[in-house]
Structure formats: C-alpha cells, structure tokens
Design a binder for this molecule. Structure first.
Ligand code: SAM
Length: 263
C-alpha cells in the first residue's frame, strides 16, 4: 500500500515530534483548506481571537503554527502586525500564496518551535498557536521547550493563545464531533481511528477518495494548563468552543489564553 506520509508498518507506534514534517506532505497541504473551509471557520469562531487581542491592547502577533495562513490573514486584515511562522515549508508556501491571492504579503519564517528564537527575532505582544497544533509534540521535554521559547519571544506582558481538541472527552467518553468549529469542511470526514493515552491517530477522507492521517498526542486540558503555569504564565483562562462557561465534556475544542503579567 502507498504510504506517502511515511507511517511505516506500525503506524500506531509513530510517536515522534519530528514526524509532523513527513505528515504535512504537499498533496495533503493542498487539501487542507478543503478540510477547514475558511468561510465556515470564520463564521464559527467570529471575532473571538481579535476580541481577545484587542481587549488586552495587543498589536504585534507571532502566529507560530501559521499552516495555510487562515489566522495570519484574518489578523492582518483586522489591522494587526503579524509574523507567520511554521516548521513546515509546504504549509508556509501555501500560506504565502493564500495571502498573495488576497493582496497581502505575509512575513513568513520557517521555524520549529523547539528552537523558535534562533529563527524568529524580536519580541511580540502575542503569540497564537491554533488549530490543534501543539498536539504534534510527543515528548514532554519538547512541550516544555516549545513553551519556554514562546514565553521568551513575548514582551514582558505578552499573551499566548493556544488551543487543543477536547481530548478528555475523546479519551473518557469517545469521539463526537459535530464539526461546528475549526474543521468545518462538510465534505471531509475527520475522525480518530486509534486512540490511547499516548496517541490520537486521526483519519481524514476527502471527496476524491484520498485519505490522509495525522498522529497526535492527546493532551488533557488540565495537563496543558499545568504546563503553561510551569512555563511561567501567571494567568490561564480556558474557553470551551469560545465560551467562558461550558460542561467539561461538551466542547470540541479548548482555547487557553495565557498571560505573562502579574495581576
Ligand atoms: N494553524 C493552522 C490552522 O489552524 O489551520 C495549522 C494547523 S496544523 C494542525 C498544525 C501546524 O503546526 C502545521 O502547519 C505544522 O507544520 C505545524 N507544526 C507542528 N509541529 C511543529 C513544530 N514542532 N514546529 C513548528 N511548527 C509545527
């Protein structure tokens, strides 16, 4: 069987941070925007991120998981100054192209989070790491390292906005996505095909029959919050599907807004 994403003979054994490079191959990247459906995603999240940034008077933003550029482009259009970084060159070139088609020139930087400050220079008011991206880190040392790099790239009162799937729900109850948020393309079937405490392997089937997979680490909500505090953030507010109040099991996604400043 063809294996362009290089999962090998034992796909459930692939639990390495570096493997994201092999997963975001050109043909999958080309399909990514079908998966997320930009218009539906913009409607579903509304102005949530823009409001969070404006409420805290943040202007310069580093999008560390730019992907195909959805949030970088939304924020640029809303008047923020944005630098778009990603560890995948394929994703970055698609983001640049998406920006160009909308009359925008994205400032792109090819950078892995674990040594972000080697390649990204300057301090930012805010960092965003969205679209369930942090889940790609399989080793706890990599998560701590990445958060330390994010922390260092922020100004003294900077904020990090980072999101994740509701893996607690998936691990404890089972998967139930109504695809209301984030991955909104209704022509794409996205669901987990294997889950244990150390792996959530998702399968994405597109209308043309093509199938891609992503191996991700199932971050529990409180574990991520703990890591954020341990990285030095003083306050962490966690939203469920963009709402302040929610039942733990209900949301598809959690968004953490982590603040550096002491109150
Ligand atoms: N933020 C985009 C969105 O919401 O559509 C893309 C999300 S995609 C699930 C995850 C992105 O994180 C990919 O573009 C991938 O290349 C990037 N990524 C994963 N691990 C990374 C790492 N260690 N360093 C830098 N980028 C990484």
């Amino acid at each position: 069987m063809e294996d362009p994403q290089r999962f090998g003979a034992e796909p459930a054994a692939v639990r390495e941070t570096d493997h994201y490079q092999a997963e975001y191959i050109q043909s999958f990247v080309e399909k990514w925007d079908e998966l997320i459906d930009w218009d539906a995603r913009a409607d579903s999240e509304g102005k949530f991120f823009i409001d969070q940034l404006k409420a805290r008077d943040k202007h310069t933003v580093l999008d560390v998981a730019a992907g195909t550029g959805f949030h970088s482009i939304r924020l640029l259009k809303a008047g923020f100054s944005v630098v778009s970084a990603d560890g995948s060159a394929e994703m970055l070139s698609k983001a640049f192209e998406n920006g160009r088609q909308r009359g925008l020139i994205l400032k792109t930087v090819h950078a892995d989070w674990r040594w972000l400050n080697r390649d990204v220079h300057g301090k930012f008011d805010a960092i965003i790491c969205l679209g369930n991206s942090f889940t790609h880190l399989f080793d706890e040392r990599d998560r701590r390292r990445a958060l330390a790099e994010f922390y260092a790239a922020l100004r003294h009162d900077g904020i990090l906005i980072i999101d994740q799937r509701n893996y607690d729900g998936i691990l404890d109850v089972g998967f139930d996505s109504r695809h209301k948020y984030y991955y909104c393309g209704d022509q794409v079937v996205a669901e987990p095909e294997y889950v244990d405490d150390g792996l959530a392997r998702f399968r994405y089937q597109f209308p043309d029959g093509s199938v891609y997979r992503l191996n991700m680490f199932p971050l529990r909500k409180n574990y991520t919050r703990e890591l954020l505090f341990e990285a030095g953030f003083q306050r962490v507010s966690t939203f469920g599907d963009f709402q302040e109040t929610y039942q733990e099991r209900d949301p598809d996604f959690f968004v953490h807004v982590a603040e550096k400043a002491y109150e």
